[in-house]
Design a protein around this ligand. Structure first.
Ligand SMILES: Nc1ncnc2c1ncn2[C@@H]1O[C@H](COP(=O)(O)OP(=O)(O)OP(=O)(O)O)[C@@H](O)[C@H]1O
Ligand SMILES: [Mg+2]
Length: 257
């Protein structure tokens, strides 16, 4: 089952990705979490030791060069568009508390005109992970979903757009949905995060239409404090865990596993 998580900056993508990963793992699923956000912090949210020392895949220059045949950052040179990546997860995924994690690192901005070896490498790797691997895969994306090519997008079973009651996060959710539909993602649903009241939930549900709400997560001072103090997310708030467990159950019910 392949899940991708997107939404406006700061809306709670990494928090929800980490909690879903932990809950699937506790159910006995083999879980591979992928941090596809250049500003990577999924490792910290999953309580990996020394998260700041993790070298993202894309920063492994020799590896990128070996597989693509081009020096990282080189522009205007020939390189292999289909680099061999099949061995990468087993060699480079980290593991902690039974969860495997790959930190991808930053795609070079396409707006800068860069179509470089690193991007080809990351795209090939993401595509392999999503299309071929047989695990619960949870991809923590950056705000947009620009890096999902059509072929890769088709392998995503469900795109979860996280939205909070703020107007801008709702606008972003609608933009992401349009983009998702245009690249051929089959299922797009929303998680309402930082919900404080039934009224919050009702308003958000209405504003997100036609995007269906998969579930909601309560606003929690304990989650925020765990983040601020670097304490394990999973033990910080039972109510939030129950909320996310309900979302996980809906995912299994609707999308199988
Ligand atoms: N349900 C919640 N209740 C309270 N605080 C929350 C909740 N969910 C997330 N937060 C807090 O909001 C902040 C942003 O969360 P998070 O890092 O998960 O968002 P993000 O969408 O991944 O952000 P970015 O776009 O920077 O990657 C963090 O401080 C986190 O602890
Ligand atoms: Mg994040």
């Amino acid at each position: 089952m392949k899940l991708a998580i997107a939404g406006k900056g700061g809306v709670g993508k990494t928090t929800i990705a980490a909690l879903l990963a932990s809950l699937f793992q506790r159910d006995g699923y083999s879980v591979l979490a992928i941090d596809a956000d250049p500003v990577a912090n999924l490792a910290a949210s999953l309580d990996f030791p020394d998260p700041h020392d993790i070298i993202p895949i894309v920063a492994m220059k020799d590896l990128v060069e070996e597989r693509t045949g081009a020096k990282a950052g080189a522009i205007g040179v020939y390189f292999n568009l289909n680099p061999y990546v099949v061995d990468i997860p087993d060699k480079y995924a980290l593991s902690h508390n039974g969860i495997k994690l790959m930190v991808m690192g930053g795609f070079r901005s396409v707006a800068s005109g860069c179509f470089c070896a690193e991007n080809a490498f990351l795209k090939a790797l993401l595509s392999y992970l999503l299309v071929k691997r047989n695990e619960v895969i949870i991809v923590d994306m950056e705000a947009g979903i620009e890096h999902l090519s059509r072929g890769t997008a088709a392998a995503v079973d469900l795109l979860i757009i996280v939205a909070d009651p703020g107007k801008r996060s709702i606008e972003t959710a609608h933009k992401i949905r349009e983009l998702a539909t245009s690249v051929g993602i089959k299922h797009v649903q929303a998680v309402g995060n930082r919900i404080r009241s039934a009224e919050d939930e009702e308003r958000l549900t209405a504003a997100l239409l036609p995007i269906k709400i998969l579930g909601i997560v309560s606003d929690s001072i304990h989650i925020r404090e765990a983040d601020i103090n670097g304490r394990p997310l999973f033990d910080s708030d039972a109510k939030v865990i129950t909320d996310v467990a309900r979302i996980k159950a809906s995912i299994i019910r609707e999308f199988g596993a």
